[in-house]
Design a protein. Structure first.
Length: 174
């Protein structure tokens, strides 16, 4: 009884080892740097508009999510514009009346984007993606969709708070 079980386990292990190389061949190659143009292409493929920022500034792409302007800034770039991480960023001006308790609640409940009020009364929502070890274009597209979902949640939080406020949606800082 024990011998047939060992044969089944051995056969299963062999079939997995035979299948593994083909799975590796179909896997997308990890990429360790992206240019702003690459990120713009990924955003467009995910259904978002995308405008690459001026060449003389920090590499960035401007898009729209949830009715807001969102900047995707690229950081740790070399002289050719190959960058090692990015940050999604949404900023709203004149939000000094927004309750800090709501910001703290957001940061406790949401994992993949942080909110904060800066010293000038601007409210920010930001999410970071680090490319260390390599990521795929599909993964960057997935983080874009995730941030878009979080922007929707953020908008809902603002709408809940703004019921009764005279200026429910402050102007975007970008």
């Amino acid at each position: 009884m024990r011998k047939p079980l060992l044969l089944i386990i051995a056969a299963a292990a062999m079939s997995l080892s035979v299948q593994s190389p083909s799975l590796a061949q179909n896997s997308p190659e990890p990429i360790v740097t992206f240019k702003a143009e690459d990120v713009a292409t990924i955003l467009r493929e995910a259904g978002f508009r995308a405008e690459v920022g001026p060449a003389n500034e920090t590499p960035r792409v401007r898009t729209g999510m949830g009715g807001y302007i969102v900047d995707v800034a690229l950081y740790n770039c070399d002289n050719e514009g190959n960058c090692r991480n990015l940050q999604y960023s949404l900023g709203l001006r004149d939000m000094q009346k927004f309750p800090l308790a709501s910001v703290n609640k957001w940061n406790i409940e949401k994992r993949f984007a942080r909110a904060y009020l800066d010293d000038n009364g601007n409210l920010w929502l930001r999410g970071d993606v680090y490319f260390y070890g390599g990521v795929t274009k599909q993964m960057i597209g997935g983080t874009t969709l995730l941030f878009d979902d979080l922007v929707g949640d953020f908008r809902s939080m603002l709408q809940t708070w703004s019921a009764g406020q005279s200026n429910p949606f402050a102007a975007a800082t970008h």
